[in-house]
Design a protein around this ligand. Structure first.
Ligand SMILES: C[S@@+](CC[C@H](N)C(=O)[O-])C[C@H]1O[C@@H](n2cnc3c(N)ncnc32)[C@H](O)[C@@H]1O
Length: 272
């Protein structure tokens, strides 16, 4: 009796092993077939394709730090994840980027409404909040809620009242028309997934006479120790931002920082 039971058990184990093996073989086969089919489909795609509106180009061959998506001849960089927030907060940043000089160049005045677009953990938002005072306001905009949460903790712990957190999208900073005096983007614009759509919205959000400042690592300078797709030349910034539909005019380029340039554009005041 016992030996009959154990042979039944043995038989069950054997069957389970065989069916497991068969399952592995079949599904493995399916997955392999799928992967091969996908590879074939990818290989059949042309090396360069375009977005439906023709504005963006997707290239198979591209910088590993880039999105493989190109806009006006430039490859867009990958978005920096919130896991990189400690890099934004590094103590040596002041020496490397002179953030206090940067903020001093922005012509901020008490009462101004400014947008820190791509605020990250809010290093610049907090510095600007100090300059615009309690009658002014900083709108700290980011697409990563985790970044806004980091800033949220700081404003709560320090009882800061003039910083508002805004969760934007890849295409929109969620700003009201003609509502801001300045939009600042520090190390941000080059990683927008939709730079055209973002600029269009930011231009509309400026009050007449309002300014938009692009702070980018100088691509003209090979000594600047930053990956290529995370740098931009002044000429490229100007080329992208002076499209007629944005209605923006180049105002000045400030070269007072060790690694970055500040390229400023203005929404002109319409004369009656
Ligand atoms: C390199 S970090 C710079 C953060 C901050 N400006 C600083 O210098 O400390 C870039 C930030 O831009 C944000 N970002 C990327 N695309 C964005 C978009 N379309 N709208 C708003 N934020 C965006 C990212 O989520 C990231 O937090």
């Amino acid at each position: 009796m016992t030996s009959k039971r154990s042979s039944v058990r043995l038989c069950c184990v054997f069957c389970a092993l065989i069916s497991g093996l068969l399952w592995l073989l079949i599904t493995g086969g399916i997955y392999t077939t799928e992967a091969v089919a996908q590879e074939k489909a990818d290989a059949a795609k042309p090396d360069v394709t375009k977005s439906e509106d023709g504005r963006y180009e997707f290239r198979k061959e591209h910088d590993p730090n880039g999105q493989g998506k190109f806009y006006m001849g430039r490859e867009l960089a990958m978005v920096m994840s919130f896991h990189g927030a400690p890099w934004l907060e590094r103590p040596e940043r002041e020496e490397e980027e002179r953030l206090s000089t940067l903020v001093a160049q922005l012509g901020l005045k008490p009462g101004m409404v400014v947008a820190d677009v791509g605020a990250g953990s809010g290093v610049l938002s907090l510095m600007m909040a100090h300059e615009v005072g309690e009658k002014g306001k900083v709108l700290a905009i980011d697409i990563q809620q985790e970044m806004l949460d980091l800033l949220g903790d700081k404003i709560m712990n320090n009882k800061i009242k003039n910083v508002e957190l805004v969760l934007g999208t890849e295409k929109s900073p969620k700003l009201k028309e003609a509502s801001i005096d300045l939009a600042l983007m520090v190390d941000v614009y080059h990683e927008f997934e939709y730079p055209y759509e973002m600029t269009l919205e930011l231009a509309k959000a400026l009050k007449p006479g309002g300014r938009i400042a692009f702070v980018e690592y100088r691509r003209e300078d090979p000594q600047v120790p930053i990956k290529l797709v995370h740098k931009m030349t002044e000429a490229q910034v100007k080329k992208e931002i002076t499209l007629p539909e944005f209605g923006l005019k180049w105002k000045e380029t400030i070269d007072k920082l060790p690694r970055q340039h500040i390229v400023v554009f203005e929404r002109p005041v319409m004369k009656p």
